[in-house]
Design a protein around this ligand. Structure first.
Ligand SMILES: NC(=O)c1ccc[n+]([C@@H]2O[C@H](COP(=O)([O-])OP(=O)(O)OC[C@H]3O[C@@H](n4cnc5c(N)ncnc54)[C@H](O)[C@@H]3O)[C@@H](O)[C@H]2O)c1
Length: 262
């Protein structure tokens, strides 16, 4: 990753922060982008200590002007964009009957429209370079049905479709597009429903955590650095012939089947 420039969205917490720090430790210049400047300043300063240069930048991935400003700021500081790792995302509860219109719009705007807009913002530079890697943080929810998160599953299914579609359009420009579908790693996004249940009844949180654990054939939750390692591998271009691939990183859950332990 030496001398490569990587934009990471959602870099203020969870998987995005882990990916930014992992890229920095491999020597990349990292652009740590998050919803507010304040949310990504700590990641950028830690990344700068790890190796390459690092800057913090505010972005709303669901806003076209904001994504274009992020790409422009990256080009002005580093002169190129070798990789985008698009991690920004939200979840929202509900079935087809109970999902509110507001939740649907928010989740689709950030997770799906945001993925398109961020990709759209970096593609011109990558086309000019005739080289680039786009890494999209999808989810198992895009591959299998997960109860009570309709909008989230729809958005991540869309991200998986974008992955294959953009891989086709931009392969002639030597731009690879791949997606990662993590199982559950304990981040603020994943822990929210458990913590909400725990606030009502601590024993219920324990039961939910125990049920979740049984879903992973490897017998444990995923770790931040395990997802970050795949981000680095895909962003680095080390396997430059890999594109349009949707990779589950889920402790074997999709191999075994979602019903395991339920
Ligand atoms: N943690 C997991 O187990 C898991 C599993 C599957 C998929 N994912 C995906 O990984 C991604 C990161 O989630 P996480 O678990 O690290 O949670 P997280 O809540 O820690 O991270 C999400 C980040 O996205 C940022 N964000 C939200 N809306 C934004 C916007 N409009 N513009 C810019 N940034 C925005 C948030 O500020 C936050 O930093 C999400 O796309 C999520 O769907 C996570």
């Amino acid at each position: 990753m030496q001398a490569k420039t990587v934009i990471i969205t959602g870099a203020g917490s969870g998987l995005g922060q882990a990916a930014a720090l992992a890229c920095a430790m491999e020597g990349a210049n990292v652009v740590c982008a998050g919803r507010t400047l304040r949310s990504v300043e700590a990641t950028a300063s830690e990344a700068a200590k790890a190796g390459g240069a690092a800057i913090a930048h505010a972005v709303d991935v669901s806003d076209m002007a904001s994504t274009e400003a992020l790409a422009a700021a990256t080009l002005s500081r580093f002169g190129r964009i070798d990789a985008l790792i698009n991690v920004a995302g939200i979840a929202g509860p509900g079935t087809a009957l109970t999902t509110s219109r507001q939740t649907w719009d928010q989740v689709l705007n950030i997770n799906l429209t945001g993925t398109w807009l961020m990709s759209r913002a970096v593609l011109p530079a990558m086309i000019e370079q005739r080289d680039g890697s786009i890494v999209l943080m999808s989810s198992l929810g895009g591959m299998v049905g997960v109860p009570d998160i309709l909008a989230y599953c729809a958005s991540k299914g869309g991200v998986n479709a974008l992955t294959k579609q953009m891989a086709c359009d931009y392969a002639p420009h030597n731009i690879r597009v791949n997606a990662i579908c993590p199982g559950t790693v304990k981040t603020p996004l994943v822990m929210k429903p458990y913590n909400d249940a725990g606030a009502r009844d601590p024993a219920e949180k324990e039961r939910m955590m125990d049920r979740a654990l049984k879903r992973w054939p490897l017998g444990r939750w995923g770790q931040l650095d395990e997802i970050a390692a795949l981000c680095v591998f895909l962003a680095s271009g080390e396997c430059g012939w890999m594109t349009g691939v949707i990779t589950p990183v889920d402790g074997g859950m999709t191999a075994m089947g979602w019903q395991v332990g339920r």
